[in-house]
Design a protein around this ligand. Structure first.
Ligand code: NAP
Length: 471
């Protein structure tokens, strides 16, 4: 058992919802005193709540207020702008604290593995989402361009403004987010907290048609029904889908029989199939039993080749050989996120996750005594924000059980991480720094009649925090 007076010092790597829910689970328990350092490589906390949840979903984004309350708890400290691998290595972190909880999410994307995937105009949804959410990785600081922009954000801006027709591959919630952002008008998007430069680019877009592709039938979508319905509520938008696709085969009938969400989604789409065209200026085309086989174009995307699919005898999707083409200047693959390796942390490349059992990290085939994992890097990129809360509770339950069993011990390491960083001249951004950034974003928004405006560049965030990129 730990000495009651000696707090267990825990570092959480990642200040997204999964990391902050782990900090919350550690602070609400009364079994032992804890100190929690929540570390993030970005200057700001909240991870996917800020950089993944669509800007027009303010109700979900407002979860940040709850997350912020956890960061403000006594015994919890935020360490922003601290990068594992640059500022300190995992072994140094482990030596500075009693336990580490990895909660660094799934920072990459999945590929389709088809010809043309690297053409200009073909991109991964996570990159597009990061762009419209104002993520500093996609809005790098520009020191050389006279217009103050940077190469990456100009590339994405050009792609969006140059497209009239776009294809989104995949039928999950991210595909819906991408489709909505591509279709919404400038005044609709101005109600969000998007960065000014993103809003300007999106205001210049001329997208009239978005084609969403499901490789299986409408009974097998990954949408949540609320998000699907929202698409049908957009004004001046026709939803185009084939009534024949909504006639379910036996296996689809069985799927909707077992899955209430699938049944509700099919019911929503049936109401859409009954609507006649209103001649709206924007259209979403929902294509089912369709997979992309080739992205077309010379150096830029001009279209996509699609193949009709069916379920084969083995139960897997297979092509029928029936090909069609859709004209498009933008192809966004929205087929899921993927976890990446963090140097020094166990990683299973076959799953894109940290190997674990109930949140206890497995290192070299055995439980590591002081390493835990939660969130997308633990279970894969699934579920809604709240799923990370129960996930974090499971991980912290394992950690507390290990303390109880004497496998994890408080060793009087309070203040060591701070000493290590200070000794290296590293000034982490703390919660008051975030609050200064928050105030600056609200003030910037208010200066042009918006609720807030996201600062997309790292230099802007550091300036608002009252520090500079050189510090
Ligand atoms: P997702 O829910 O896993 O959906 C991925 C989609 O891509 C599925 O339709 C999948 O089809 C398809 N797909 C995968 N590989 C494919 C391929 N090679 N070719 C064609 N299609 C392929 O992933 P996501 O949309 O990125 O969302 C990630 C998580 O965040 C989900 O849990 C989601 O619910 C959540 N999220 C929630 C919200 C919200 O609540 N508002 C918003 C955004 C994201 P198959 O089923 O056939 O594999």
């Amino acid at each position: 058992m730990s000495d009651e007076a000696t707090p267990l010092v825990v570092a959480v790597v990642g200040a997204g919802p999964s990391g902050i829910y782990a900090a919350e689970a550690l602070t609400v328990q009364s079994q032992l005193p804890v100190e929690v350092a929540v570390i993030d490589r970005l200057p700001v906390p909240f991870g996917l709540v800020r950089y993944g949840v669509a800007p027009d979903h303010e109700a979900i984004r407002s979860i940040r207020h709850t997350l912020e309350r956890t960061l403000a708890e006594p015994g919890v400290a935020f360490y922003g702008d601290v990068t594992i691998g640059r500022d300190l290595v995992i072994e140094e972190l482990r030596a500075s604290v009693d336990a580490v909880v990895y909660a660094y999410g799934a920072g990459s994307d999945k590929r389709l593995g088809i010809p043309g995937e690297d053409l200009t105009g073909s991109l991964a949804a996570p990159e597009f989402v990061a762009w419209y959410c104002g993520h500093p990785d996609v809005h790098p600081d520009a020191h050389t361009r006279p217009d103050g922009g940077s190469a990456a954000d100009h590339r994405l801006a050009d792609l969006v403004t140059g497209a009239t027709s776009a294809v989104v591959v995949g039928v999950g919630n991210v595909a819906l987010d991408v489709a909505r952002v591509l279709l919404k008008t400038a005044p609709e998007l101005a109600e969000t907290d998007m960065a000014d430069e993103v809003l300007e680019s999106l205001a210049g877009k001329q997208v009239t048609d978005v084609h969403v592709l499901g490789r299986r039938g409408p009974a097998y979508t990954a949408f949540t029904t609320k998000e699907l319905r929202e698409l049908g509520q957009l004004p001046d938008l026709d939803i185009v889908l084939s009534a024949a696709d909504l006639e379910l085969d036996a296996s689809s009938e069985a799927a909707v029989g077992q899955d209430k969400v699938a049944a509700r989604n099919v019911a929503v789409m049936r109401t859409w199939a009954e609507r006649s065209s209103t001649g709206a200026s924007r259209r979403v085309h929902l294509h089912f039993w369709t997979r992309p086989t080739r992205i077309l174009g010379g150096d830029r995307v001009t279209g996509i080749e699609l193949e009709r699919t069916t379920i084969g005898p083995d139960g897997f999707v297979e092509g029928t050989g029936e090909l069609t083409e859709v004209s498009a200047q933008l192809v966004v693959r929205s087929v899921g996120y993927r976890g990446v390796a963090l140097p020094g942390v166990p990683y299973d490349a076959s799953t894109g996750r940290v190997p674990h059992a109930e949140g206890r990290v497995i290192r070299d085939g055995a439980f590591s005594p002081d390493e835990y994992v939660t969130g997308w890097i633990k279970r894969g990129p699934t579920g809604v924000i709240g799923t990370n809360r129960s996930d974090a509770v499971e991980t912290v339950r394992s950690l507390l059980a290990d303390v109880d069993a004497g496998r994890l011990v408080a060793r009087g390491r309070s203040g060591r991480l701070e000493q290590l960083l200070t000794g290296r001249g590293i000034t982490a951004l703390d919660l008051p720094a975030w609050r200064r950034i928050d105030a600056a974003e609200v003030a910037l928004g208010a200066s042009h009649g918006r609720l807030r405006t996201t600062l997309a560049h790292r230099v802007e965030l550091l300036a608002a925090a009252g520090t500079s990129a050189e510090d």
